[in-house]
Ligand binder design. Sequence first.
Ligand code: PBG
Length: 334
Amino acid sequence: MKLIVGNFPRTRLRRLRRTALLRDWVAESRLQVTDFIAPIFIKATPGPKQPIHSMPGCYQINLNDLEAEVQSLIALGIKAVLLFGIPAHKDESGSDSFESDGIIQQAVREIKRISQDVLVITDACFCEYTTHGHCGWIAEEAGVPDVSNDKTLELLAKQAIAQAKAGADVIAPSGMIDGMVGAIRKALDESGYYYIPILSYAVKYASAFYGPFREAACGAPAFGDRKSYQMDPANGEEALREAYLDLKEGSDMLMVKPAIGYLDVIYRLVQTFPGVPVLAYQVSGEFAMLKAAAQAGWLDEQRVVLEHLIAMKRAGARNIITYYAKEVAKWLGE
Ligand code: PBG
């Protein structure tokens, strides 16, 4: 690409920045309410909405609260939700996640009953459903307990089918298990769900910015960490391998997570795989960080949030998963 050069004083870049009208007219990226995906935490236990203390304004809600939540999202113009379940009982295999009356399956059916106007994306993983809080089946590997890759694939296939049967529109595996996309694609196809797209958390880093989410979804690992399956933040080239393999296995879309520290990765994926939708996930810690500074009066919340989100669009993100979805929809509507 040739740079468009020019000489001062004939060329003055400030001409197109002089008024808000001009700036808006030439903007290269825009935020639209349809860009956003709102996460929902659904708990199986009854009782009032449970505030998540490290994510001010976010709640664990139960099935009875879903109608009000979904209607408020629709009223704001938000067209997609990402579901996380908090089951009443956890076990070693995370069986609630693949039972037909598991919390996620119930939630999907309930949302589909409430409205046909919202895309239901289900997180396919085990950390919220297992007693050990890891993203798969645990076995001794080389003498130490670790997520057993291939056994987890069998369970993931069951989970994906249960979610599809319940009516999920898109399945989003988030465990960073090798072969997860292929295993889910095969299981869906063999069960007649060839039409359900997979949104792979293809590039998910082992990030400390997931801290608040672990409180939100009650999914902190009981021992160790997730570094044997999630990516090392030092690596960018490896992200291309992850994305390439997931596309080969049949992923329809790719996600990068967290977002703001990994804009280079979003950009590289978009450049390397033209036409493949790449999504950004502004994770719980990114949300908490902005909220805390705003609550302390140190940053202008609306401006910093919109700046982070437009940076993700500029890097090439097609859609954005964010706990700010509702607030941003309100700001954009003003
Ligand atoms: C489940 C999952 C996690 C997040 C999304 N799906 C937690 C983790 O990997 O530890 C994090 C989301 C966030 O921090 O907002 N595997």
